[in-house]
Design a protein around this ligand. Structure first.
Ligand code: SF4
Length: 109
């Protein structure tokens, strides 16, 4: 199942990690939620494929550890989402549709 593009309406912001919003529910290590707002990654879908991190022209993503998560023990955090230029490459290359990019969401929290 792909990331919910309406997560802002359907989820609550429950935390912040490295300056990146976390949208619940969160129940680690199994449930990690969606991380980011302008550039959002559903950690519960992400399989740590890494294509987004390699292809992003402005290096938005960094690896973070998520030990004992069922789909992968690494995730891509949109650490520098404020640098995103909305090229949509990461959305296109993600094999499991874990990423949603919407410039309209920037700065709304
Ligand atoms: S939309 Fe483009 S610039 Fe923005 S995070 Fe994805 S790959 Fe990087």
């Amino acid at each position: 199942m792909p990331i919910d593009p309406n997560f802002e309406q359907n989820r609550e912001k429950v935390d912040e990690e490295n300056g990146v919003a976390v949208w619940g529910p969160v129940d680690p290590p199994e449930e990690q939620g969606i991380h980011g707002t302008h550039v959002a990654v559903d950690y519960d879908i992400c399989i740590a494929d890494g294509a987004c991190l390699e292809d992003c022209p402005v290096d938005v993503f960094t690896w973070v550890d998520t030990p004992d998560h069922p789909t992968s023990e690494l995730k891509v955090e949109p650490t520098h989402e404020d640098q995103c230029i909305d090229c949509m490459l990461c959305v296109d290359v993600c094999p499991v549709d874990a990423i949603d990019v919407d410039p309209g969401r920037a700065g709304r929290i």
